[in-house]
Write a protein that binds this ligand. Structure first.
Ligand SMILES: *Cc1c(COP(=O)(O)O)cnc(C)c1O
Length: 525
């Protein structure tokens, strides 16, 4: 199967080339060339997956999208999913109430759903680089709202032939997310704070991709750029698998009968996760509604309800920072598919978005979108109330992003009493956003004496050096808000997060947007 660009459908490249390049030269995103030619999974093929372990399920989905060798793809899924996740099934399904099943996707090494894709992307990238065989070195540039950065660093650390540079908004990530990134181990990793918000980071990084001066320098040094953001097809594709897999589990649990439709509710930022559910539907998953949940940055809610995408609005920093986004890149892929694969319309819209901050798709397309997508949003106080009421009623602890989704799902269910089962996608472990979760349950957290040394103070003091007396030996006991939250809720904090305490800080550089280009040039040299 070949891939084309959302902004130039005369392009036709292999999956390997799409993964190595990350983004098309004219700024479009790579998509399966013809949706009508996608292979279909039968209900029978889907449900029999329940008998197989997760790597096998992922293999069975991925092989339909990637023309890789059987053995290399099997190695890839085994390396990614066999040992790096804490639950036997890689993901976990929890029947919270009646018709709602939580699909926990955060049992990987960095405690957010992005591990599901970023544990396998390095493998896919290595195979793709071999196939494309033009480059000696690949430099992966990542703009992150917090979770992608860490998951990408963890996936790509010390992978041969690859360097990775991560840019995060200085004040746009949680303390835990920041600590995860600035303590990252590995010889091929670079981490920078950026003055600005996530969109600033993403725009600056996208600009580096197409900057001719950077391009020339990179070519001379034998370096090719790629991306680990969800604009990369190799990132999106593995996400399709867990929707198919979860459906198989629902059938096995007898929650649904083979062929029954389900809803899928996704806390959404860059539109990658929910788009993967859309692709799952296109290859045969029976879906009733895709519920797209936003926080106060509700640009997608407005778009789904009006057909107007307008980023000329205030940007809010919320307790669900991974959804603090005004440019949801992957929407471009959806619009390409539902506009009848029109590269000219998509180019028009996204050039308008760049120039005026706004575009409109018209009533007919909006209707089409509405038939499949429900858009809703959740305020900051509602996020906190949701965490608290769910915990008090059922003892289930949600992170802030998942809570946004849950509130929107409850709103949706007021409009639909069909009893159709819903997969509620849970995107992060609650301890990753411990302070906000604590505050939702018990009010503001007051640091006591056992609070960890505050990261920023340590960073200022020690610059890039490893503080004296600190080694990579880490303390796995929770401290500070993690400890108090654990003591009060009785729900254990994951080791991957508690072990951050006391880890040496390696990266303390803060850049302005304008300095990102120079930072990249320095890495190339
Ligand atoms: C990245 C992320 C999201 C948003 O996912 P998209 O694929 O960008 O829509 C939601 N929740 C968490 C915890 C995330 O890390």
């Amino acid at each position: 199967m070949n891939y084309t660009s959302t902004r130039n459908s005369s392009i036709s490249i292999t999956a390997a080339d799409a993964i190595v390049k990350g983004i098309s030269d004219e700024g479009g995103l790579f998509v399966p060339a013809k949706m009508s030619e996608l292979p279909k999974l039968t209900i029978d093929e889907i449900t029999t997956m329940a008998d197989k372990p997760y790597p096998e399920r992922a293999y069975d989905v991925l092989r339909r999208f990637l023309d890789f060798g059987d053995d290399e793809l099997r190695d890839c899924v085994n390396n990614a999913y066999n040992f790096n996740f804490k639950t036997i099934g890689t993901t976990r399904l929890v029947n919270l109430v009646d018709s709602i099943y939580m699909l926990e996707l955060w049992h990987g090494p960095t405690a957010a759903f992005k591990d599901m894709a970023l544990q396998i992307l390095p493998g896919l990238m290595s195979i793709s680089m071999r196939k494309a065989s033009k480059t000696r070195k690949t430099l992966i540039l990542v703009a992150t709202s917090g979770d992608t950065g860490k998951a990408a660093l963890e996936g790509f650390k010390d992978v041969g032939g690859i360097e990775i540079a991560v840019f995060y908004p200085e004040d746009g990530v949680s303390d835990t997310q920041k600590m995860q990134m600035i303590t990252q181990e590995g010889e091929n990793v670079h981490v920078f704070a950026v003055k600005g918000n996530f969109d600033d980071c993403q725009n600056a990084v996208k600009a580096v991709f197409t900057d001719s001066q950077v391009g020339d320098k990179a070519a001379a040094a034998g370096v090719a750029f790629s991306s680990a953001n969800s604009i990369n097809w190799g990132r999106l594709c593995p996400q399709i698998a867990y929707y198919i897999s979860a459906y198989a589990d629902l059938v096995q649990k007898k929650a649904i009968k083979p062929g029954d439709k389900i809803n899928i509710c996704v806390p959404t930022g860059n539109f990658g996760n929910i788009l993967a559910a859309y692709y799952a539907m296109e290859i045969g998953l029976p879906i009733n509604k895709l519920i797209c949940a936003s926080n106060t940055n509700k640009i997608l809610t407005d778009f789904i309800n009006t057909g107007v995408y307008d980023r000329n609005r205030e940007f809010h920093t919320t307790a669900s920072p991974s959804m603090d986004i005004l440019i949801s890149s992957n929407l471009e892929r959806l619009l390409y598919h539902i506009s009848g694969e029109s590269d000219s319309l998509v180019s028009e819209w996204f050039i308008a978005l760049k120039q005026t901050g706004k575009f409109e798709v018209g009533k007919e397309l909006q209707k089409k979108m509405n038939s499949l997508f429900y858009g809703g949003w959740c305020s900051e106080s509602e996020t906190a109330e949701t965490i608290k009421s769910v915990f008090n009623e059922s003892g289930y602890l949600m992170d802030t992003h998942t809570a946004v989704g849950y509130k929107v799902l409850l709103d949706y269910l007021k409009t639909d009493n069909s009893g159709i089962k819903t997969l509620m996608v849970s995107t992060a472990n609650p301890y990753k956003f411990g302070e906000s979760v604590y505050e939702a349950l018990y009010g503001e957290y007051n640091a006591t004496e056992d609070a960890p040394v505050f990261y920023e103070d340590v960073a200022d003091e020690f610059e890039n050096d490893v503080p004296e007396g600190m080694t990579n030996e880490v303390n796995a006991e929770p401290t500070g808000v993690m400890k108090t939250l654990q003591d009060r809720t009785g729900i254990p904090a994951p080791k991957s997060l508690t072990s951050l305490n006391g880890k040496p800080i390696r990266f303390t550089e803060t850049l302005s947007k304008e300095q990102i280009k120079d930072a990249v040039l320095k890495i190339i040299n």
